[in-house]
Design a protein around this ligand. Structure first.
Ligand code: TRP
Length: 330
């Protein structure tokens, strides 16, 4: 069966190697020849948390350039900004009207936000956060996606998408495709400089597109223990070792393990880590440096991408409007 794979990237911050290992690299490796792939920048999702307009603009550009530099081929896939396909927002409203409020009350992200409040449970919570899963359902259902790769934190959102689609299909006609989640490997939690999960909010990231010098500086900052050179080192719970595993093969990992047993110095271990990461990132960085020079490039790619996506979205929204009784006036 031909798969239609779709995934969205929330546009916040600049991409780091945690995003690369956990999301970008696996997503780009997934589509097989006959599959269709949809990668989009979820800029309306980012609006829920981010009210800084410059930040949003910058982030869209950085993230788009990162995906393109990592090998996303805009000719072979659909690559667009969510906000450039207004049919998605139209569908989102329609889905709002078939979604039970009780379903949204149970969303983890919303519940976690209310749990942080003491007196007024709704303090600081906007309706965007509350209905976030419905916009996500619209992203997915708009294009009859069959497979949606997501991190394990998004499983509930996928279940909600399936519920919402089934509800629509039951109330009207079975027009919406029920998507399958593809849950990414749980092992893929990438550790940051301080040993916690790599995350912009912890300030412990290694940026993906830094130059070689800065990359090396970041890697040298990884927190280790104070074992001296010559003392055997434990590769469990070791950020340097964990990162290394993501950039090499079995044989090299065994070799690195032997160095640990023999008491390699932390400086030397980090040097080896730097070399493997740098080798993989070198062509990506080169592509980035080339693309970033052309001011119109991102704009052109995203314009073409949304034009292509809208051909499908327009047809679908017309079918949907037809069955709900809001037909286009000719
Ligand atoms: N919510 C997803 C995240 O934070 C991003 C996203 C938005 C998405 N719409 C989507 C992912 C549709 C998959 C499909 O990671």
């Amino acid at each position: 069966m031909k798969k239609r794979i779709l995934t969205g990237i929330t546009t916040t911050g600049t991409p780091h190697i945690g995003n690369y290992i956990g999301a970008i690299r696996p997503a780009l490796e997934m589509p097989k020849d006959k599959d269709e792939s949809f990668f989009f920048l979820a800029d309306y999702h980012s609006l829920i948390k981010n009210k800084d307009s410059d930040d949003i603009k910058q982030s869209v550009e950085d993230i788009a350039l990162a995906w393109l530099s990592c090998g996303l081929d805009p000719q072979k896939s659909y690559f667009y900004r969510q906000s450039d396909v207004p049919e998605i927002l139209e569908l989102s409203w329609i889905l709002n009207c078939v979604t039970a409020k009780g379903l949204m009350n149970r969303a983890h992200a919303y519940k976690a936000a209310t749990a942080l409040n003491t007196n007024d449970p709704d303090k600081g919570i906007n309706m965007g956060l509350f209905s976030y899963p419905i916009l996500m359902a619209a992203d997915i259902l708009m294009f009859d996606s069959t497979h949606v790769p997501v991190g394990s934190d998004q499983i509930q959102h996928l279940e909600m998408t399936r519920d919402i689609a089934a509800r629509f299909n039951h109330l009207y006609k079975p027009l919406l495709t029920i998507p399958e989640p593809i849950i990414e490997d749980k092992e893929k939690v990438v550790l940051g400089l301080d040993g916690r999960k790599m995350s912009k909010s912890y300030g412990n990231v290694i940026p993906l597109l830094d130059d070689e010098k800065k990359l090396k500086k970041s890697i040298m900052k990884i927190v280790t223990n104070s074992l001296e050179p010559g003392e055997p080192k434990d590769s469990n719970d070791c950020t340097v070792f964990d990162l290394y595993k993501n950039f090499t093969d079995k044989e090299k990992i065994t070799e690195f393990q032997n160095h640990y047993d023999e008491g390699i110095s932390w400086g030397d271990a980090k040097e080896i880590l730097f070399n493997v990461i740098n080798e993989e990132l070198m062509p990506i960085r080169a592509k980035y440096n080339e693309l970033v020079k052309d001011k119109d490039y991102i704009n052109d790619v995203l314009r073409d991408g949304s034009n292509k996506a809208r051909v499908i979205a327009k047809q679908k929204i017309n079918e949907i409007r037809e069955v709900i009784g809001i037909t286009n006036i000719s």
